[in-house]
Design a protein. Structure first.
Length: 145
C-alpha cells in the first residue's frame, strides 16, 4: 500500500520531467494566435535591418508577394516609402484590433532620422501563420504639455 502511495506522488514529477522538453514546442504552438503578430512584424523589421530582403519578403502576404514578384522589387518599395522600418531607433507595439475581417496592429516607430511615425500593420492569417498584408502611415498625434 505504501508503494502505491509513493508511486502516486512520484508520477506527476516523472510526467513533468518527461514532458519538459516539449514545453518550447507548446509555447511555439501558442504563437499561432494573435500573440504571434508582434513577433512577425519584429522579425520582418530585423530582416530589413540586416539587409536580408529575401527573409523580409517571406513575412509579406501571398497577395503582396504576387504583386511585387521578387524580394528586390519589394525592397525598393519599402526603401521608397517605408524607410522608417528598415532601421528604427525605437519601436513600440500599441493597440491591436479587428477591422474588415483582418487584424490591425498599431506600431509607433522612431526612424533612423529621428522622426516619429505611427503605422497600422494589416495582418492576415495565411498558410504557415500571420503575414503582413499592408502598412498604413498615420499622422502622429501632437502631444501637448
Amino acid at each position: 500500500m505504501r508503494f502505491l502511495s509513493t508511486l502516486s506522488l512520484a508520477l506527476p514529477l516523472v510526467a513533468a520531467l518527461l514532458l519538459a522538453p516539449l514545453a518550447p514546442r507548446a509555447a511555439q504552438a501558442q504563437q499561432t494566435g494573435e500573440a504571434a503578430i508582434p513577433d512577425v512584424i519584429s522579425r520582418q523589421i530585423e530582416a530589413f535591418r540586416a539587409g536580408d530582403l529575401e527573409t523580409a519578403f517571406t513575412f509579406a502576404s501571398p497577395g503582396l508577394q504576387r504583386y511585387f514578384v521578387s524580394p528586390e522589387y519589394f525592397g525598393q518599395m519599402v526603401l521608397g516609402g517605408y524607410q522608417m522600418v528598415t532601421n528604427p531607433q525605437e519601436m513600440r507595439f500599441l493597440d491591436r484590433r479587428a477591422q474588415d475581417g483582418r487584424i490591425v496592429q498599431r506600431l509607433f516607430v522612431r526612424g533612423a532620422d529621428g522622426r516619429e511615425y505611427m503605422l497600422d500593420y494589416h495582418m492576415i492569417e495565411a498558410e504557415g501563420g500571420w503575414r503582413i498584408n499592408g502598412v498604413n502611415i498615420l499622422p502622429v498625434p501632437d502631444v501637448g504639455v
